[in-house]
Structure formats: C-alpha cells, structure tokens
Design a protein around this ligand. Structure first.
Ligand code: CTP
Length: 403
C-alpha cells in the first residue's frame, strides 16, 4: 500500500509542455489511493485539457477565481483548497510560476492557492536548460526552499527546444517515488518499533476443545495499522482472529495460547520502543490438557484451571526504555482499579474501557476509553470508532516522543 493512500493532493499545473505528462501523474496518484484536486494556471490550459484531468481525477478542475462564462456569483475558494490538502505539488513548475511563487505575485488561482496552502509544498521545475541555470531561476529555488518548499529536481534529457540538458520535468513515476519516500521519511514514528498484542487466546482442554473469549482482535489490528500509517515498524502478535494484514511495515505473528503469546512477546520485547497490550489474554487455562478427546461420561464435569502468566506484568517488570501501554476493562470503581493496574504492571499509560459505557467493549465497532498516564492524569475521550481510538493511542505515543 502506498503511503500516499488516503492523502489529499492538490496538483497545481503551470504552462509548460510537460503539462501533458500530468494526465499520467493524476492517474498514478489515483492508483496510489490518493484524492487529487487539480488547479491549473491559465497558460497550462493550452497544453492539456481540464476535461482530461477532471475525468482522471474524478473532480472538477479549477483554473479561474470564478466562472467567467456564467455570472452565478460562485467562486473557487483558494483558501478552502489550500486548507483541504495534505500535500501540494506544482508540476510542471515553469520559471514564470516559480518566480511568482517566490515573490507572492498572486495573479491567478494557482498562485493564490499556493499562498493559502498550509501543507508541505513540492515543486517539479520544467524549463529549458539555460533557463534552469539562470541566476534568476536559482534565486527562485533558493527563496522557495527557504519557505520550506521542496524541490523535485528536473531530469536531464532532450528538451522541447531540441536542445539536450538538465530541465526536463521529473518523470511522473519518479515524482511519485520522490513524494512517497519524502512523506515516509517524515512520518512521526519513522524508525520506531512497536509491539502490539491482539485478539483472544485459546487454552486447550483436549485436542478439539478450548477455553476462549469473544475478542475479535479489531482493536489491536486497528492500532497496528495506525502505527504503520505513522511510519512505525510493527510486530503484531495476535491470537486467533479472521483479520488479515496487507502492510509491509507490519510483521504478523500468529499465536494460539497465552503461553505462545507470552513467548512471542518476550522474543521481540527488547528490540522495541513501545509495547501495547490490546489482547484479551485468558487469565486461566486448564491445568492439564487431555491428550485424547474427553468422552462425556458423568453428569457433571470439572476442569481444574491454573493461572496463565500475565504478559503485560512481565513486560512491566523487565522494562528498560520501552513505553508500555496496557488496557483495562472494568465494571466498577474503574479509575481506582485502573490506577492500581498502572502501578502493579509498571505501565506508562492505560487505556480504560468501562463496560458501563454504551458502545464500548467486545464485538463492537466503537469504543469509549479514558486515558490515564503514570502520573494519574486522566483524559476521558468521546465514543468513537475503534480506528479513531487507535489513532488517539498512536497520537499519545507521538506526543510522548515529542515531549
Ligand atoms: N494482560 C496480559 N496477560 C494476561 C492478562 C492480561 O498481557 N495474562 C493484559 C491485557 O492485554 C490488558 C491488561 O493486561 O492490556 C489488563 O488486563 P485485565 O484482564 O483487564 O486485568 P488483570 O490484570 O487481569 O486484572 P483483573 O483481575 O482485574 O482482571
């Protein structure tokens, strides 16, 4: 999955022959799962049609402040466009457009949108080789870089003038690769390793029966996905669940019993920066597992249970620098019980679910949690989807490393 998936991209096209390549660029963005809003300079309309780009981007294309043919009173709000985007790319960026960007010469919708954009701005210059090296162009590059804009350098090859040299707009595939790489490098959890436990555990009674619980694993899988979206490398240790993973940043380790989950966690724990225990681990397991299927003989049947090892408590005991997050599911005296768990398991943060809250708990797609940190700071959250709760948890980790 591309890191551009789900990103809102504002593509500003200025008037150079390379504008014809933006049709392919839009297609590649869409293929990567991004949303694209195209804004064109008036000059670019000579090189590629808005109809082509609107069809490929599945959105109307804007090139003027208002509809010049019909006086509807509606205008294309450059401020809204600038705020909508996660990322703006100006490609091709001609010498003229670059100069206007550098000097705030706001005479068209594209420049107004650029000046309104709060997101990272990339630009892919395209011009003839001598223009590319002209001190005035270099001055624009310098200024734009000082504004924090990022240049996607031009490539060398045959130019529209018939000359050969540096100045061709980077090929669309290379622009996409540049953006993906840059976005990935700047993700807040880039370089961090996170261990997540998820799902139930099954404790064998005999070869065909087990003790389990209704945990679906959704919360843990959502946490793993959100962590990977922020650039972390994730080791997801999950009990039996039907969820699958399709993300190269997530290493899914499937286990069945609490003991297997314990062993897997201890294998990876000293290599991780963060551990999040979202699994609903069985607290007890049959003391003896029958080797053969147990026959139904007597009217009643008793299984002697023994405590499983508390994985989270063990991780708390051997903790070095790891940021350790646990979950608590409580039905009474929630806050007090959760605080005790923080101390008992040596946690940095606990995510408290109260069964008294409607919409929280097993089998639901929503959750309502309260965060309590090791200093007993309490932060109740609203009822949200489990994905949104997972993102809140990941944001807590980002805050921890930013502090
Ligand atoms: N946990 C664990 N290993 C276990 C049991 C629980 O890692 N054997 C983790 C869970 O993943 C969760 C946290 O511990 O993050 C809280 O578990 P919970 O069952 O609510 O608490 P307990 O400590 O078992 O206490 P209680 O007696 O209240 O059930």
């Amino acid at each position: 999955m591309s890191v551009l998936s789900g990103k809102k991209i504002l593509l500003g096209i200025s008037g150079g022959i390379a504008a014809y390549k933006t049709a392919n660029l839009v297609r590649l963005f869409i293929k990567a799962g991004a949303q694209v809003q195209v804004v064109m300079s008036p000059a670019s309309l000579h090189f590629v049609t808005p109809l082509t780009l609107a069809t490929l981007s599945k959105k109307p294309v804007y090139s003027t402040f208002y509809n010049e043919e019909e006086s509807t009173g509606e205008w294309n709000n450059h401020v809204e466009l600038g705020l909508w985007a996660d990322l703006m790319l100006i490609a091709p960026a001609t010498a003229n457009t670059l100069s206007k960007m550098a000097n705030g010469n706001c005479d068209n919708l594209l420049i107004a949108t650029y000046l309104s954009a709060k997101c990272p701005v990339y630009f892919a210059p395209a011009m003839d080789l001598d223009m590319y090296k002209h001190p005035s162009t270099l001055d624009s590059f310098h200024k734009l870089k000082s504004f924090g804009n990022i240049i996607i350098p031009a490539e060398t090859g045959e130019l529209a003038s018939g000359l050969s040299g540096e100045g061709r707009m980077a090929e669309p595939e290379n622009i996409i690769a540049f953006l993906e790489n840059d976005v990935l490098e700047k993700l807040p959890l880039k370089g961090k390793k996170i261990l997540v436990t998820a799902g139930p555990t099954y404790e064998a009674i005999d070869p065909v029966r087990f003790i389990g619980n209704h945990s679906s694993g959704k919360m843990g899988f959502d946490i793993a996905n959100q962590a990977a979206n922020k650039g972390a490398e994730v080791i997801l240790i999950s009990g039996p669940t039907h969820f699958k993973i399709d993300n190269p940043l997530i290493n899914l380790v499937r286990v069945t019993s609490a003991q297997e989950m314990y062993d897997a966690c201890h294998t990876y724990y000293d290599k991780v920066d963060v551990a999040i225990a979202a699994a609903a681990v069985a607290d007890y397991k049959p003391k003896n597992v029958a080797h053969q299927k147990i026959k139904k003989n007597d009217a009643t049947f008793t299984i002697e249970l023994a405590k499983t090892k508390d994985i989270l408590a063990s991780l708390g005991t051997i903790k070095k620098n790891q940021f350790l997050i646990g979950f608590a599911l409580e039905t009474e005296n929630e806050i007090e019980h959760a605080k005790l768990k923080i101390q008992k398991k040596n946690l940095d943060l606990i995510v408290l679910n109260s069964l008294n809250d409607e919409g929280a708990g097993f089998g639901k797609s929503t959750n309502k949690v309260t965060f309590i940190d090791k200093n007993f700071q309490i932060e109740p959250m609203d009822l949200k989807s489990k994905e949104a709760v997972a993102l809140d948890i990941i944001n807590k980790i980002i805050q921890h490393y930013d502090a």
